[in-house]
Design a protein around this ligand. Structure first.
Ligand code: PMP
Length: 372
């Protein structure tokens, strides 16, 4: 069976698993402990992982806050900014194609009296800079826009969107869960990004761990926000809770591997995508329609409609040969809000399938598409 649901999750690399194992056995210390070796080893391991994640993002080490994943990071920013800055305004701008971990939080805040603007997107799910600029008001406290779309792979022009916010002194968050570890994410040259969410299990790391990047000012002070969890004061008091040491260690290892292979991984994903696209065109020609763009995208995500064929029936039939999905694993029971936002009819939404590759998928394996 060929696994092509890597946007949902990826396998844990053997090197990552090996590195994690000792923290699940002998090295079981609590990094918040003091003086004894077990605690110091665990603390050193956390700091090494923080360094590796910061290198991947070109951020400062202290700007990396470990969380349980991108759902938590997104919640922390949207709720935390809404709470902390509520005396400065009650307007938040986001887009119609965000992950539910942003959209549902915005709906929750809307019910609490916040004013939310959900920006429209173009046919590939991208937000327009002009539309963002004209949506900003004196009451806007946060803009949250996804960097790379999890269903379509389309990349937003995050530089331009975040610069607009920087010029207007507005906090900008991006959900970069699908792009970190796949394309070059350089937070030094994206100074308009105040917050960024990412997750280890999308880059061949373990599930249940991620990070929130919080930009620091010239004095090293992190952009303030209200913490989601209160408690033991870990992570500078921003994210209390005993460290999941083995997961954080695994995340650090996955980050360093992704960082050192970024260029070759990108090339592999491009090859896999273009070969599969060509096989699909040769085989199905006018019976398929591509929803995803061919440029300006995360390589390795193909979203395609098999015209007139129900996606659930097709996925079920494909399952013994190819594992794929109809879109986000986090909202698999509802018709995709992303595909509706790009203008598809419900019937068309129900024909869409997403194939998402790993850089470790071999090019020979995609020959299986010829036998469908
Ligand atoms: N945002 C995006 C764009 C995602 O693809 C996902 C994972 N489906 C998440 C957030 C949630 O990440 P996690 O599983 O780490 O909570």
């Amino acid at each position: 069976m060929l696994y092509l649901d890597n946007s949902a999750t990826t396998s844990v690399l053997p090197e990552v698993r090996d590195k994690m194992m000792s923290y699940l056995s002998d090295e079981f210390g609590n990094p918040s402990g003091k003086y004894y070796k077990l605690a110091n080893h665990a603390k050193d391991a956390i700091e090494e992982a923080r360094k590796n994640v910061s290198l991947l993002l070109k951020a400062k080490e202290k700007e990396i806050i470990f969380t349980s994943g991108a759902t938590e990071s997104n919640n922390m920013v949207v709720k935390g900014v809404a709470d902390y800055y509520s005396n400065q305004g009650n307007h938040i701008i986001t887009s119609k194609v965000e992950h539910p971990a942003v959209l549902d939080v915005c709906e929750y805040l809307e019910n609490k009296g916040f004013n939310i603007t959900y920006l429209d997107v173009d046919q590939y799910g991208r937000v327009s800079s002009d539309e963002l600029e004209s949506a900003i008001t004196n009451n806007t406290i946060l803009v949250s826009i996804i960097w790379g779309n999890n269903e379509l792979g389309s990349l937003n022009d995050i530089k331009s969107l975040s610069d607009i916010c920087k010029n207007k002194n507005i906090l900008f968050h991006t959900d970069a869960t699908q792009v970190v570890g796949k394309i070059d994410v350089d937070l030094k040259s994206h100074s308009g990004i105040s917050f960024l969410s990412c997750s280890a299990h999308k880059m061949h790391g373990p599930k249940g761990v991620g990070a929130l990047f919080i930009r620091s000012d010239n004095y090293g002070k992190l952009t303030p926000l209200t913490p989601l969890f209160h408690g033991g004061g870990q992570e500078e008091g921003i994210r209390s809770g005993t460290y999941s040491v083995h997961n954080i260690v695994g995340f650090g290892e996955a980050a360093i591997i992704a960082d050192s292979n970024l260029t070759s991984n990108l090339r592999n994903l491009e090859k896999l995508e273009s070969k599969t696209t060509q096989i699909l065109i040769d085989k199905f020609s006018n019976k398929i329609t591509f929803n995803s763009d061919s440029k300006n995208k995360i390589p390795g995500i193909i979203n395609v409609r098999f015209n007139g064929v129900n996606n659930q029936i097709l996925l079920k039939k494909l399952a013994p040969i190819i594992a794929a999905s109809s879109g986000s694993a986090c909202s698999s029971t509802k018709p995709s809000h992303v595909l509706q936002a790009i203008g598809l009819e419900l019937k068309e939404v129900r024909e869409a399938i997403r194939f998402s590759f790993s850089p470790y998928t071999s090019i020979e394996e995609v020959e299986v598409f010829k036998d469908l």
